[in-house]
Design a protein around this ligand. Sequence first.
Ligand code: ZN
Length: 321
Amino acid sequence: MTDRLSLKAAISAALLASLAGCSTTQNTDIPPGWQPDTTYNITILHTNDNHGRFWHNKYGEYGMAARKTLIDNLRQDAEAKGSAVLLLSGGDINTGVPESDLQDAEPDFKGMTMIGYDAMALGNHEFDNPLDVLEKQMQWADFPMLSANIYDKATGERKYQAYQMFEKNGLRIAVIGLTTEDTAKIGNPEFIGELEFRDPKAEAKKLIAEIEETEKPDMIIAATHMGHYEDGNRGVNAPGDVALARYLDEGTLDMIVGGHSQEPVCMEGPNMYNTSFKPGDECKPDQQNGTWIVQAHEWGKYVGKADFEFRNGELNLVSYD
Ligand SMILES: [Zn+2]
């Protein structure tokens, strides 16, 4: 009896060992792509809340043509310095001006493709139209439109791509997408009935644990459309980027590229906005629980630029504009 029990114990121990062995094998299958004592530069460019502004305004300001010129220049500068570049959007490409709305934002998505966006978060306004319009927009865009927390009620599965991996100069960068739960309230009920907008904080935690195991990223960025609220004071809104950074273990996310609240997120001090920020002023992004949080106002008025240095597994923000 005792022997049989101990045999059973031995078998389960062996089983556990082989299971643990599996995950170890999986991990060592992905050795780091970077060299020790070598500095790698990464530049993250970002915009958000385009809202149909593919044309310049009546004063000749912004518009996607000017945005392309600016981004081309920033890209050239960065690449000349050996910096890898990633261009991200915090979502809400749709809805704002009739020229765009009447064309289902075709110029906007095709423009973003020409500018060379790498990924975007799905915003609540991506759900203003029937879902087949969004499907069509995904064809126009040659970059992924991400959201980890939107589920298909019928299947219980994620409806959209949750994350995208990028390999830049040997570094593995994970970009995950998250969408405000408020979409369930402010999206068009006619079109989103079959979708469930789950808590993006909990979904982020779950997904990050998964990809840390399977993808071994050197850097994790969340492209979000959740809003940035000073010190997390969100009022009637669903929890935003500050709440997300505070919810996760310290430094889990290296960066949040946000949208939705349509602010230039420039801080005066900890948990305090610089309310007098003007174009050309220095902009200090928010930092919460070891995570940098950025947002570039709206309509392509600004392009944000974050320069990071990666060395021996450590990532540091060198400058932000
Ligand atoms: Zn929004």
